[in-house]
Design a protein around this ligand. Sequence first.
Ligand SMILES: Cc1ncc(C[n+]2csc(CCOP(=O)(O)OP(=O)(O)O)c2C)c(N)n1
Ligand SMILES: [Mg+2]
Length: 1065
Amino acid sequence: MYRARALVNYFGGQGQFAGWLLTKNAVPGISCASTRNYNVPVASEPFLNGSSSQYVEDMYNAWLADPASVHASWDSFFRNSAAGGVGYQSPPSLAPLGKNEVLATSFLPALAGATGGGHVSEKVIDDHLAVQAIIRSYQIRGHHIAKLDPLGINSADLDDRTPQELLYSHYSFDNPSRTYSEELKRQVEQFMKQDDDMDRTFKLPSTTFIGGKEKQLPLREILRRLELTYCRHIGVEFMFINSLEQCNWIRQRLETPGAMEIGADEKRLILARLTRATGFESFLARKWSSEKRFGLEGCEILIPAMKQVIDKSTELGVESIVMGMPHRGRLNVLANVCRKPLHQLFTQFAGLEAADDGSGDVKYHLGTYIERLNRVTNKNIRLAVVANPSHLEAVDPVVQGKTRAEQFYRGDGEGKKVMSILLHGDAAFCGQGIVFETMHLSDLPDYTTHGTIHIVVNNQIGFTTDPRHSRSSSYCTDVARVVNAPIFHVNSDDPESVMHVCNMAAEWRSTFHKDVVIDIVCYRRNGHNEIDEPMFTQPLMYRKIRNTKSALEKYAENLIKEGVVTPDEVKDVKSKYEKICEDALDSARKETHIKYKDWLDSPWSGFFEGKDPLKAGTTGVKEDTLVHIGKRFSSPPPNAAEFVIHKGIERILKSRMEMVEARTCDWALGEAMAFGSLLKEGIHVRLSGQDVERGTFSHRHHVLHHQTVDKATYRPLCNLYPDQAPYTVCNSSLSEFGVLGFELGYSMTNPNALVIWEAQFGDFNNTAQCIIDQFISSGQAKWVRQSGLVMLLPHGLEGMGPEHSSARLERFLQMSSDDPDYFPPESDEFAVRQLHDINWIVANCTTPGNLFHILRRQIALPFRKPLILMTPKSLLRHPEARSSFDEMLENTEFQRIIPDSSVASQSPQNVKKVIFCSGKVYYDLKKAREDRKLENDIAITRVEQISPFPYDLIKSECAKYPNAQLSWAQEEHKNQGPWFYVQPRFETALTGSRDVVTEKESRGWFAKLFSNKEPKPPPKPETETLAETRVVSYVGRPTAASPATGSKAQHLKELSHLLDDAMAL
Ligand SMILES: Cc1ncc(C[n+]2csc(CCOP(=O)(O)OP(=O)(O)O)c2C)c(N)n1
Ligand SMILES: [Mg+2]
C-alpha cells in the first residue's frame, strides 16, 4: 500500500492524501486537487470517514507547512510516521472499554491481523486514509474529469488550460477526444499492473455505496466503480451540501451498483420521445426554412428529460407544474411536453391577423396553459408555461411567484402538489443577476416554492460568445451552490444518464423540498437562430458538429445493437410522427386568424364571465366596518397581559384608537381600512417588499413583536374577523427585480386578491426596470394577461438628496398608453372605460380616504390593471393629511381629481388663477396661499389619478374658473414629474381631440395606412373661444440631470422659489 501513497505523491506532488486525482491545469495536465473545509457535522460521522479523514489530512498538510501549527500529539504522530516508526500508540489503559468504545482496529477487520495488538500501525492508517481519500476525492472532484461534452472538445468546467491539450483539441478534431478521465484511467491501469495492492481488499466506509451488499472490495474494483459513477457521463457536484443525510442520499442513488439500469420499455419510451423532439424540429425546418424558431437541435434530449421530470414528479404527487423558459426549444416544449395542439403552433408561422385584443408577441415568447392526463402515470396534470420577454431569466421570479400563489390557494404548504421548473441557457444562467436573486428567494418563509428543478440547456455557447469569455466561474451553474442545490452535469448524448439524473432531481425535490440543477451539456447544431451562420465565429466547433450524429441516431443505433428495437420500429415511430405533423399543418392551413387567448398562461376561468366590462363595483363601506377594523387595528394583542409590546407601539396604538373615536384616518389607518375591508369580503391581501411589516418610515406596524420572547409576534390584520381572507405581510430579501417579479407572478394566479409590492424608496424601482417595462407595462398587450398588481413607491422631494426623492414618476407616465391627443367620448362610463383601455394606472393620492378607495377599486373593477401609486413620506404624519370616515362611507368613491373647496371655489368668477398639482406639493401650495392670504384669488385642484388623464374633470374644472389663468405646479424638475405628460393632455382637455387614431381603431392601423377610409373628424370643442385663449403654464423647478439636490439649503431655496412663482398673479 505504500505504492498507493506513492501514487498520491505522484499525482498530488505535495503528499496530500486527497490530492491524487487529476485536474487539468498543471504540467502535463496533472495537478493535485485542492483541499477544502466542508461543513459536515463531524460528530455524526464515524472515525476515518468523510470529514474525519479530511480532518486528518488537513492536520497533515498543516504539519507539513509548519509543525508548530498543530497540537503536540499530532506533531509527534506525524514525526514518528515520517521517521518510519509507529505513528500512533494508544496510551496504556487500565480501565475496561466503555460502553460505546471500540478498538480502532475493529473498524479495519481486513487489516487487524496485520497490525496485531491494540494499536494501529502507520501503514494501516496510511492505507486506509488513502482509500478513504480516494473515495472522497472521486465524490468531490470526480465531476471535473467526467466526459460531459458530447462533442468531446470542451470541458464543462472550463478547466483545460494545458497547452498540449489545447493544441490537441485544436488539431485532432477528427479523432475521438482523449479526456482527462481517460488519461487518469491510463495511469491508474499502468499503476494497477505494477501494484499488488490493487488486489488487496478494503473495507468500505459508510460514506460510499459502491459496494452494494459487499462490505469490502479490492482496490482495483473500488477504483473501477468510482470511475463509472463519477467520471463517465454524469458529473455531480454535491459534496458542498452541509447535510450528511443529503450527501448520503445522493451517493446512494448514484453509487449503488445497477442504479442506472433500466428496462427495455423505458428505453423504447426514451427513443419515442427523442424521435418526436427531433422530428418536430426537422418538420419546422423543412416547412419554414427561413423562419426563426430557436430550435433545439443538439439538445433534443431536453424533451424526454422534461417529460421524465414531470412523470416522476406526478408519480410523487405533483398535480400542477409552472414552467419558465427562454427562446431555445420553446416551441418544442409547447408541442411535445405540454402537448399544445400542433395546428395552433403552426398557425403562428402563417402570419395571420389576431382575432382578439392585444398587439401580440413573437411565437417563441408566448405562454400556454394545458390540463391533461399524463399517460405514463395516469394522473391529471396542469402545465403552464409562463409567457416571457426576450430578456433572459427575467421570467424566473415571475414563475416562482405564480407557483407560490398556486400553492397558497391550494393550501399546499409543502409544495407537494404544485412545483416549478425553470429552464436556462448556459450563458444567461451565469450572466444574469436575477438568477441569483431568484435563488435567494428559494428558502424564505413567504417566498419559497419548496424546491425548483432547474434545467440548463448548456450548449456551450451564448449567441456567438464562447463560455471562456462569458463567465469567470468554472461551471455555468455555480450560482446554484449558494443555496446548497445539488448540481448534475450530464452528457446529452447519453439519454439514459440524462433520465437517471432527471429521476434523481424529481425525487430530491420531493424528499428535501429544495432546489436542484440538471446541467445538460450539449451543443447547438445551427447558429443562434436558424438563419445565423455559426462558422463565422466557431469554425472548429461547427466542423465537429457537422460530423456529429444526432442523439437520436446514436441512441437508436445503440438500442438496435442491444436488440431492444429493430430498424423498422425506429423508422415506424418516425414516420408516424411525421404524419401527425402533416395532418396538423393541414388543419392549420384552414385557420384564418390566430387567437392570443390560446396562448394565455393564467386563465381566470369564471372571472370575466357574466360581468359588464364597464361596470365597477362600489368602494365605500359601512361605518360599522370602519369602526370594527379601526378598533382591532388599534388594539394590543388579545393576550395583552403576557404579550409585552414596545412603549412606542403602545403610544401608536393609543393614537390610532383616538383617531377611530374621532372618526378620522391617517395614512396607515386608511391603508389598513382598505386591507381590512377587502379581507372581510374574502379578498386575500399580500403586501411584500423590504421592511414592509413595520414600514420603512415606521408608520405601518402590521407585525407587533413581543419584547421579551423571540419571534413571538401578533398581526392585527390577521385577526379582524373569524371568516376573513388570509392576510400576508412579509419583509422580503433585498432585491427589487426578484421580489417585484415574484409579486407580479403571484398576482397572475388569482384575480381576487390584492397583491402589493412596496419599494423601500420609490427610487429603487429602477433596479426592477425589466419587470416594469417587459411585464407590468406591456404584459396585457403582448400576452392578453391581466394583473392588478399594486406598486407603492414612496416619492417626494423633501430635502433627502438625489436618491431618496423620486420614484421617477415621469417614466411610468411616459409608458402610459393613453393618447395625449384623444379626448374619449364623455359618458357615465368615461372613467371605467379609460381604465379598461389603458395599460396601467398612475396615481399620486393626497388623502388617506382616496388611498382607501383606489386600493379597493383595484378589486371593484371588472378587469385587472396594474396600479402605480406614488406614496408619501412626510404626509404619513402630516396633521392635514387625514380623512374623515365620511370620505370612506358607502356613498363615496375614489376622486380622480379633488377640486378646490376653499372660498375661491365659492366665487369662481373672481378667481385669478387655478393651480393644478399632484401629490404632497399640494400642502405646500395651500400653506403658501394661506400665508399670502390669496384664498379668494387662487384655487388649487389636485390631480390624484394622473393616468389615465381625467380629461372630463379637468375640462369642467377649467370651465368653472373662466377668468383664471391656468398653471401646473410640481415639485419635480421640469424634465421630470408629470409636466410633460399633463401638458398636451391639458391642451386636449381644453380644445378637444385632434386628429388621432383611437386605440380601438389602432389594431387595424396598418391596414388603415392602405385604406381610403377618411380619418374621423375631431370632436368640436365646446368652449371654442375660451379654449383658444387658454394655455397651462408651468411652475416648478428647472430641468436637471439629478432628481433632487443633495443640499438641504438648496432644497429649501428651490421650494421657496417654486411657491413664489406659483402664488404670483
Ligand atoms: C437580458 C438579455 N440580454 C441579451 C439578450 C440577447 N441574447 C439573446 S440570446 C443570447 C444568448 C443566450 O445564450 P444562452 O443563455 O447560452 O442560450 P442559448 O441561446 O445558447 O440557448 C443573447 C445574448 C437577451 N435576450 N436578454
Ligand atoms: Mg448557450
